[in-house]
Design a protein around this ligand. Sequence first.
Ligand code: ZN
Length: 273
Amino acid sequence: MLRQAAEGVLIHQSEFCQSNAVVVHGRAGVLLIDPGVQGYEMDCLADDLRGLGQTVVAGFSTHPHWDHLLWHARLGAAPRYGTARCAATVRDRLSDPGAKARIAAVLIPPDIADQVPLDLLGLIAGLPAGTARIPWDGPQVRIIEHQAHAPGHAALLIEERGVLVAGDMLSDVLIPMLDLNNTADPIEDYLAALRLLEGAAGDVDVLVPGHGSIGGADQVRARIEQDRAYVHALRDAGVPGDPRVGPSATFGKDWLPGVHERQLQGLARRYVP
Ligand SMILES: [Zn+2]
């Protein structure tokens, strides 16, 4: 079911990890950002779009993780984009013929693995490095690329709608997950990305994270602060007073403390003199 987040901006939420697909109305059709996870959900999205008399004219993946790279045949054959670095990472990872089988076996939770269609996974074109806006016929969508959660991760700012699509940043249910493999200084990269988003936050009325709840203007700064505090705690190997990994963590994400532990261990290895 599609619901409105702002004028001309609709959200379709997946049961998996509260993943948010974002639909932006343009002049000749819609832009679809991170389409969804399970096949029947993307099928439902395709039905909803047909009910609105809309077709998808462009797609965008915020970053090269499997749950943001999916597609469904019924969504059509519009060009799908990502940043140059995102697309290069996807190409590299999928160049191995066994890659999809490994994604299905290792990365996708077993209870939904047979519901996730991988045939159209990752078929995105990289926009030239430094591209400022998504090329499409609709409201301007600014690309805010940063190195934080995954290579070539992009948040998207739809200025005239006051909407920030944050990709896997600024979630109220997931802790910051750092990219420990592709960067020399994941802590500073993450903090720099938060500063970049903070710089763009002034005109944001609606925040749409890749996973979690839609937030209002007050939530943008609150989540930036919460994520910064978490990253500081991680850096200082302190105990984060973060409800997302505490005993009151909601949404059944009992795997988050494990992610936190792995990040602590990964960083300890990395920053040992
Ligand atoms: Zn991700």
